[in-house]
Design a protein around this ligand. Sequence first.
Ligand code: PMP
Ligand code: GLN
Length: 394
Amino acid sequence: LASRLRGFGTTVFAEMSALAVATGSINLGQGFPDYPGPPEVLDVARAAIGTGADQYPPGPGIPELRAAVAEHRQRFTGQAYDPDTEVLVTAGATEALAAAMLALLEPGDEVVLFEPIYDSYSASVAMAGGVVRPVPLHPPAASSPTSPAAPWTFDEAELRAAVTPRTRLLLVNSPHNPTGTVLTDDELAVLAELATTRDLTVITDEVYEHLVFDGARHRSLATLPGMRERTLVVSSAGKTFNVTGWKIGWVCGPAPLVTAVRTAKQFLTYVNGGPLQPAVAAGLGLPDAWFAGIARDLQRRRDVLVSGLRDAGLPVIAPRATYFATVDVRGVQPDGDGLAFCRALPERVGVVAVPTVVFYTPEHAALGRHLVRFAFCKSDAVLGEAVERLRRLG
Ligand code: PMP
Ligand code: GLN
């Protein structure tokens, strides 16, 4: 293994999903729904197979999907992107992020990001020869059964200190995996001010853009003054349409940045997901009420898991978005080690979860040592059974 990839090993998601299969446990680890996507999307993919859609689509993605991405972005953020020059279809958000790093980083360039971080970020930066400069999101102090959902927050001084003359990119994921937090308008303003004064290029990962609860609102950093021209917006179909295995993602941004990403993408996968592209285009065109409906549906699942965990005596940091809730395991794991807790949990009660510590660099790992992430994008019966099993921990 090349030195730049040493230390990356197997992703925690693969490890934990394999553990779930091997032990017959309920898998609340890897974030994927156990219920299907909407027929308006699935039926289009079925119908497209066996037609010309099985062959290579155009390099930037089929025109229908690029137009749908632009329409959807215009509808939900008010921002116009030219589907021909400012939208690129990718193999999931993961490829979009990796291609962006490969396209934009010189060796030694620094990427400022918040941790805990989604695990592909560090590897993508490393593959591009870049260096990660992590800024911690601090967990809310109180996470007792009665506390409201306090936000995770960053310290502005810590953020500013992470930016150096070598900083090339600011990479922002909101709504955020694994914490389920949504950056506030004030936090976004701090980021926009920093990016414009330090002339940083920004990448936003908005894959959970529609999965926001309790009336909270996801606002794209690209919509703040001075940001559109320096920001690559990344999103994907996986979470919105319950098709995490399809790996249809996209990038929107100013033409020079999108062209740069496309230059890298064309030699990674060239194109992807021919018959899935028209299906995602159909999904993006669903009415506003449909998107509001998926958030309501997932909020209900969040409530089932969070109240079940609290009834079981586990302190939860309730999320305002995404697929994930965070539990403080110190009361049920005497050494407070979330990784050891997750490795033992299948044997103890037949449930799999993901230790939050794996989303931190060693520098800030202590912040997440006692935390564990549970996915709630599961059917009621599965969530109910998982909660029953977790009660046995007490
Ligand atoms: N970013 C975040 C924050 C994620 O949680 C995920 C995984 N689901 C991805 C990117 C990857 O998305 P995709 O499956 O579209 O590659
Ligand atoms: N994004 C999902 C998660 O955080 C899974 C991604 C993956 O398996 N690579 O659980």
